[in-house]
Design a protein around this ligand. Structure first.
Ligand code: ATP
Ligand code: MN
Ligand code: MN
Length: 364
């Protein structure tokens, strides 16, 4: 007797910002593999290949059920020959040689350890490897001069490489809330980054601060930082001033994706509930603070909520499909030669001709 097997053939629009991607990933084995290859490419300075793997993983993250055969993927965008080969290997053999070899490779392992130090990027790690450094102890013993960030990173290495939980994020939020309220009553603080997308853990906690009256936010960051410092909450901080000038070097010039808000990269000393004796009563947690004027708040909120791929795709969509330049500060229409105002994320999606995607569905 002939049995007809129904096989779902998936389809999806090509930009991640057109898709709803929740945290409910039915293909984690595949997307973990592709993400690892993306990471390896990024660690090797091959950013283009990294993006290609991230896009492929992004498409698979959004599928409604597990993939069982590559034939289901024929109509999907962003899945190049290389990614498809990896998927095929995993579906047919349970693993991909390329992924397993990469995982085991000495170079990848060492690069991961060294770039796992806060303040150490690929270039620095690369240089150290060339100088014969293979691990943390060796780095410490070598007497290399480390900058302030790297010193703090090395000192708190273990804490900073242990993920932050939602309840720790809430504890940090309570502290930041108090700091903000103390130095500028009426100022508002919003949780951004992965936790705003509903993630249960993160590598850091991100906050956006603003004031409903334009201009009142000026000079806010140093005050917040002083308050936190005086209360003993900061193990490390580096504050960068706001350098955004509309029109001069704003979104009309789509250069880097770094924005120009006043921001603070910090390491918090977070006091934990301690039950047993001899336990460390606190732990180090990475915290990012960003201040935006209310007029740019919606753009900052959208730009700092992520995911990184979702953000990249929003900007690509804006440029390629709409002839617009999107940044965390503004949206510029290159055809009309004017900035498009928005006071909510919904308005920005509307300007871009996109269906609104809430934060919990931006997990591409
Ligand atoms: P995780 O849980 O690992 O922290 P995350 O999504 O919160 O994940 P982050 O690295 O904290 O990742 O970044 C949060 C968001 O802020 C991302 O969308 C990213 O694009 C944006 N972002 C981070 N750094 C910058 C920067 N220097 N300039 C502009 N945007 C940035
Ligand atoms: Mn984050
Ligand atoms: Mn961050």
């Amino acid at each position: 007797q002939l049995q007809v097997l129904e096989v779902v053939v998936f389809s999806a629009p090509s930009y991640a910002c057109q898709r709803r991607t929740t945290l409910d990933n039915h293909n984690a084995i595949l997307t973990d593999a592709l993400s690892l290859l993306a990471e390896n490419a990024e660690l090797s300075g091959e950013d283009g290949r990294g993006v290609a793997f991230r896009r492929a993983a992004g498409v698979l993250k959004g599928l409604p059920e597990p993939v069982t055969a590559v034939t289901q993927l024929v109509g999907l965008p962003c899945l190049g020959g290389h990614s498809l080969r990896v998927v095929k290997d995993i579906l047919e053999n349970g693993a991909s040689c390329e992924v397993e070899d990469t995982k085991q490779s000495e170079r990848f392992k060492v690069l991961k350890v060294l770039t796992g130090i806060f303040g150490v990027g690929v270039k620095t790690a690369e240089r150290w490897i060339q100088e014969g450094i293979r691990g943390l102890q060796q780095l410490q013993d070598s007497g290399r001069t480390l900058n302030r960030a790297q010193q703090a990173g090395l000192q708190h290495y273990e804490d900073l490489n242990q993920h932050v939980t939602r309840s720790e994020a809430d504890a940090v939020a309570a502290v930041v809330e108090e700091a903000v309220a103390s130095v500028l009553p009426g100022a508002r603080m919003t949780l951004i980054g992965g936790f705003r997308r509903g993630k249960l853990t993160g590598h850091d906690v991100d906050f956006l601060i603003t004031h409903p009256e334009e201009g009142r936010e000026v000079g806010l960051m140093p005050k917040v930082v002083s308050w936190l410092e005086s209360q003993g909450f900061l193990l490390y901080q580096k504050t960068t001033k706001n350098s955004y000038l509309e029109g001069e070097d704003g979104p009309a010039r789509p250069s880097s994706n770094m924005d120009r808000f006043e921001r603070c990269f910090s390491i918090f000393k977070l006091t934990e509930e301690v039950n047993g004796e001899g336990l460390k009563p606190w732990r180090a947690v990475r915290v990012d603070l960003v201040v935006s004027p209310i007029s740019q708040f919606a753009f900052a909120l959208l730009g700092w909520t992520g995911s990184k791929l979702f953000e990249r795709e929003l900007r690509r969509w804006a440029g390629h499909k709409k002839a617009m330049s999107l940044s965390s500060h503004a949206l510029y229409d290159n055809t009309q030669r004017r900035y498009l105002r928005a006071s909510s994320e919904e308005e920005i999606f509307a300007h871009l001709g996109l269906e609104y995607i809430p934060p919990s569905e931006r997990n591409a």
